[in-house]
Design a binder for this molecule. Structure first.
Ligand code: FES
Ligand code: FES
Length: 372
């Protein structure tokens, strides 16, 4: 949503206004900059007629005004325009406002970064604001994917992967603070300290790229996930959860904390529940991994059905991990007491605090004879 004081302009109008704010300019010079091969036209192309339409609109709105004529010995006299105080304020505000939609990162954010670069302005605040805008979008998509089916899932995956890539792009642009002293690699769970005011997602770039000057040492693993065998070369420090989600696309397994506290990432490894953020992918070599995505066979798994019937999920974020942990519990103890269920699931946290219904669902599944 636009701040109340900001005029509703098109992206082209904003760019033209921003360029005029750099100093008095004439339409021809702006058209060259925004032409197909112009420095800014490579990011957002505005044709000559479009530039002049924007100038007219900006004059009408009182954001720019005539600044006299510029004589030319190669053609007609050119009319210069300059920004008014209102135009300067509006452009400065717009340049620091994050793009609202992921699809606008390529155009709006990139052009703002280019404009800030031209004026020598530090883009840090914009990058932080953009990250703050994208993070909840990524988290919401991640939640929805866990329960999406059919083409919905195809579409959501595209949106999720695109938004995640944009986040990684922002991370790559932001200077990270130095690693803790004496360390060449970040310890598990360590995140670069930037005063963002927002919670950072796991710094995926640390996990998938070598540090500067460090060669990549890859290890081949063969792992069977949900009945399908995968052979991949992975970095020895790659966590199993990142392997599942980012290498083979098993995004049904969510990441809740990345510090082995919440249990959202629980999967079965050779039948036993493990927190996949606490296991290295290389440790899963030769193992059979079962994720939440393999639980339903031609219909909901009885545990999933019980969670559904007993209203054992609210936001659903903890649910994949709860169900995998419960499956392991019932395999070991097909008829647990409520106390044993609570004990068996104590490593899994529900931020919505729906524990009563979760226990009831597991009890109900046990009564219906689920033992794996
Ligand atoms: S993401 Fe693995 S325990 Fe929280
Ligand atoms: S249902 Fe929301 S975290 Fe458990």
């Amino acid at each position: 949503m636009l701040p109340a004081h900001e005029p509703a302009l098109s992206l082209s109008d904003w760019i033209v206004l921003s360029l005029v704010c750099e100093g008095p300019a004439h339409g021809n010079a702006l058209a060259v900059l925004l032409g197909q091969d112009g420095a800014l036209g490579k990011i957002w192309h505005v044709n000559r007629a479009g530039v002049y339409r924007s100038l007219d609109r900006l004059v009408d709105l009182g954001l720019i005004r005539s600044a006299g004529d510029q004589p030319s010995n190669r053609g007609p006299v050119r009319t210069l325009v300059e920004a008014t105080a209102a135009g300067q304020a509006a452009a400065a505000s717009w340049q620091h406002r994050p793009a609202q939609h992921t699809r606008d990162i390529r155009s709006e954010l990139l052009i703002k970064l280019a404009l800030l670069h031209r004026s020598g302005t530090d883009p840090h605040d914009l990058l932080i604001a953009q990250r703050g805008r994208l993070e909840p979008i990524v988290a919401a998509l991640r939640d929805r994917i866990a329960f999406a089916t059919g083409f919905d899932r195809t579409l959501l995956l595209w949106r999720y992967e695109t938004a995640s890539a944009a986040l990684r792009y922002l991370d790559a642009l932001m200077p990270a603070s130095p690693l803790p002293s004496g360390l060449r690699q970040p310890p598990a769970g360590w995140l670069p300290q930037i005063d963002t005011g927002v919670t950072r997602l796991p710094a995926l770039s640390w996990l998938s790229h070598p540090l500067p000057g460090e060669g990549t040492r890859m290890t081949e693993i063969a792992v069977t996930v949900d009945g399908v065998k995968y052979v991949d070369n992975v970095e020895p420090r790659l966590l199993l959860v990142h392997y599942l989600r980012e290498v083979i696309g098993k995004t049904g397994t969510p990441i809740g904390c990345d510090t082995s506290n919440c249990g959202a990432c629980t999967v079965l490894m050779d039948g036993e529940s493990v927190k996949s953020c606490a296991v290295l992918a290389v440790q899963a070599d030769s193992a059979q991994i079962t994720t939440i995505e393999d639980m339903a066979e031609g219909g909901l798994h009885p545990l999933q059905q019980a969670f559904h019937e007993q209203h054992a999920l609210q936001c659903g974020y903890c649910t994949p991990g709860m169900i995998m942990a419960a499956a392991d519990l019932l395999r070991e103890n097909p008829h647990p007491s409520d106390e044993e269920i609570r004990e068996g699931l104590e490593g899994n946290l529900c931020r919505c605090t729906g524990y009563e219904n979760i226990v009831r669902a597991v009890r109900s599944a046990a009564e219906s004879g689920v033992d794996q």
